[in-house]
Design a protein. Sequence first.
Length: 479
Amino acid sequence: MKTKIINTPDMLKAASRKKSATVFMPATFDKKDQLETLVKGEKYYIHTYGCQANVRDEETMRGLLEDVGYKQTDKPEEASLIIINTCAVRENAEDKVYGEIGNLKHLRKKNKDLVLAICGCMVEQPEILKKLMETFTEVNLYFGTHEIAQLYSLVYDVRTTKERVVAIESKPGEVIEITPACRNNTYKAYVNVMYGCDKFCTYCIVPYTRGKERSRHFEDVLRECQELIDNGYQEITLLGQNVNAYGKDLDEGKDFADLMEAVAKLGIPRLRFTTSHPWDFSSKMIDVIAKYPNIMKFIHLPVQSGNDRVLKAMGRRYTRESYLALVKEMREKIPGLALSTDIIVGFPNETDEEFNDTLTIVDEIKYEAAFTFIYSPRKGTPAAKIADNVSYETKSKRFMELVKHLEKHIEAHSKTMVGKTYDVLVDGVSKTDKDMYSGYTEENKLVHFKGNESMIGKIVKVKINESHTYSMMGEVVNG
Ligand code: SAH
Ligand code: SF4
Ligand code: F3S
């Protein structure tokens, strides 16, 4: 198969952050009409790994595909277009993708028109792309996180030329408003407020795969939120790798606190945001969260480590002390606040004492939820070059110990919920019991209860009867 290379990734270009104003580009859909004539009524299959940024990208791609007459299927063998939307944040995320492509590649033999595409963060890494292209000659389209607006012309080219197409440009990136999106959910939605990341934590691949920090126009975000409210949405989550850096690249005189306040005032019943970096979490933001009852009293505040040497080596820009001071201010100003976090265990050369500082910060803060990871070296990041003297066995032991500490506090918090009544936004029915429904409290606790279909997408009152570590059992009160 011939390969048409439009662009290939380059880590140096991906890391470039020349001071330049954010570029806004109109969405121009080259070859849309031609593709529509070609594929109308055909089916697509899409599988997304990774974070909410990828989930939101999937919704954009689905919106584009359905607009030219593609129908979604959950059976890859029925599809004439298969898209695997990948994540590169840790090695195990990548391993799953190798497995899935291995299972799908034979479909190319059965259908000569099949477009088998890999996109997302994995292909933004030059060495991974090379490995994928060598291993899976069946894959005939690779495109990056900056190429979503070109989806029509890329798919059309593969279909009509029968060549393999590679389009992955490493660049700071633009803001392109692509509508309509085909949302995965009818009552809760993610709304991008900004893209990319400029923090360059030394272990992290995201700044290389997603480009520079760039914000959408204030009015564009508000318009999207208003549309969701008009369509009956109950919950909006404002999305970005660092939402609290919002607006720094624009000269609109607005920051994330202003944006959150404006969205809260539109009257969405539940407003959330993720992720916020402790480094630019302002007092103004805390005040806005405290002031508006429809901003959920839940903050995801990744700490990564409780030790200053490790935090510095990670490039996190805060100390244990300043993180604790931030949490203190949050808890003082926001009664009932629930905090969750991300923690990395086994950063290169982390000592027992340094790891112990992570345990003590966990014991001090008593998070209500946490995501824990064993450090995974990402090629091209500064941390991956550090010679590491900690064995995987030690890292695994530390990981288990950390989880024990976290669970003790999460369980204790869950117990305090028993007997109380909470607002729960109902998500859906259990796979194993058709009478059991589930949903999340304002503090993001998962609750199971007896319900019925009419409750889905609504906020109901649930009294908690029983607590488990990661979920609650309750009963609906007052209908
Ligand atoms: N922008 C967000 C989330 C980034 S990725 C933030 O800064 O909080 C989500 C989490 O993955 C990170 O918080 C970190 O805990 C974890 N992570 C990122 N790179 C990793 C790596 N190389 N190894 C292990 N965990 C990693
Ligand atoms: Fe990665 Fe750090 Fe950016 Fe989060 S802030 S995406 S951990 S570089
Ligand atoms: Fe993964 Fe890319 Fe998100 S690396 S965590 S999908 S930004």
